[in-house]
Design a protein around this ligand. Structure first.
Ligand SMILES: NC(=O)c1ccc[n+]([C@@H]2O[C@H](COP(=O)([O-])OP(=O)(O)OC[C@H]3O[C@@H](n4cnc5c(N)ncnc54)[C@H](OP(=O)(O)O)[C@@H]3O)[C@@H](O)[C@H]2O)c1
Length: 274
């Protein structure tokens, strides 16, 4: 399977690194990237071909991964319009809808449709991301499988049945790492307030989140059951959880994710204009 990337920044580098580690052939990977420094780095680090423009060799691929910033996408796709011949197009650009990408890539008023839209998150940069994927109905099982194999190089994958729900993927897992970092910050501050130095408070906070997430990921029990197991009657955890419940912690998070989801839809409208 020959794969070309349009854009060779952070996310493309993470994907290429993960793919090479998982046995994708370096010779099958190419990158179209404007920055000379990035091109040199990609070919030195991964041994892949990096080119400044979408030449015929770069477009002689089975899969084209769109990995430029959403705001750069329309201009980046202009030189490709009407030059694709059935390649599977995978977009990892946040917010951009397939209908808009298809219009920008199409020819003679016809939209390009063989596309998969993905929403990874930043832990993908260390191979620990989670990606929501949505495929246009014209994408067959082979195309879905190819997209899944590529995104699985940087973490786990979840298929979404309805593209509108990609905004909710953004709200839950796309922006999610920031909620977790914020939780870590607060837990660290709480440790500081109890008299620990910063190094100790940070270690206690980060390792608690890491360990609890690993325990939850490896358990057959739900997070609610795991929480109940740590919460003995009249104990310390119960005292803390009662405080969080009284402060509306759970509903606040629901409202926060709803706000992120709504903002994702607004950005999709703006990005896809014209
Ligand atoms: N980083 C993440 O964790 C993450 C998570 C979810 C989704 N995403 C999505 O992934 C995409 C890439 O993000 P990123 O963080 O990798 O961005 P990035 O580091 O800025 O990479 C984009 C690269 O594309 C290059 N470029 C711009 N226009 C181009 C063109 N016309 N032809 C070829 N190359 C071009 C840019 O060069 P210049 O710097 O010279 O402009 C830059 O090197 C974005 O759409 C983002 O929404 C990223």
């Amino acid at each position: 399977m020959k794969i070309s990337f349009l854009g060779g920044g952070n996310m493309a580098a993470a994907l290429i690194g993960g793919m090479v580690e998982r046995g994708f052939a370096r010779d099958d990977i190419q990158v179209i990237e404007l920055s000379e420094a990035n091109r040199a780095q990609l070919s030195n680090r991964f041994g892949v071909r990096a080119t400044a423009a979408a030449d015929a060799q770069a477009l002689a691929c089975d899969v084209l991964v769109l990995a430029v910033k959403p705001q750069q996408m329309k201009a980046a796709l202009a030189p490709l319009a009407a030059r694709l011949a059935g390649q599977l197009v995978i977009s990892i650009a946040a917010g951009l809808r397939l209908v808009d990408l298809g219009r920008w890539l199409g020819a003679d008023g016809q939209s390009y449709t063989r596309m998969v839209r993905c929403m990874p998150n930043t832990p993908a940069l260390i191979g620990a991301g989670v990606t929501g994927l949505f495929a246009d109905p014209s994408v067959d099982a082979g195309g879905r499988d190819a997209a899944e194999r590529i995104l699985a190089a940087v973490g786990s994958t979840v298929w979404i049945a309805d593209e509108a729900q990609m905004d909710a993927v953004t709200g839950v897992s796309g922006s999610g790492p920031a909620y977790v970092f914020h939780f870590i910050e607060a837990l660290e501050a709480a440790g500081r307030a109890q008299g620990f130095d910063q190094t100790t408070a940070r270690k206690l906070a980060i390792d608690t989140v890491l360990g609890a997430a690993r325990l939850a990921a490896g358990s057959d029990e739900s997070p609610a059951v795991l929480r109940e197991r740590v919460t003995s009657k009249g104990g310390t955890t119960e005292a803390a959880l009662a405080h969080l419940a009284a402060a509306g912690w759970h509903d606040t998070l629901l409202a926060a994710v709803a706000a992120a989801t709504a903002r994702g839809a607004e950005l999709g409208d703006q990005l896809g204009k014209d």
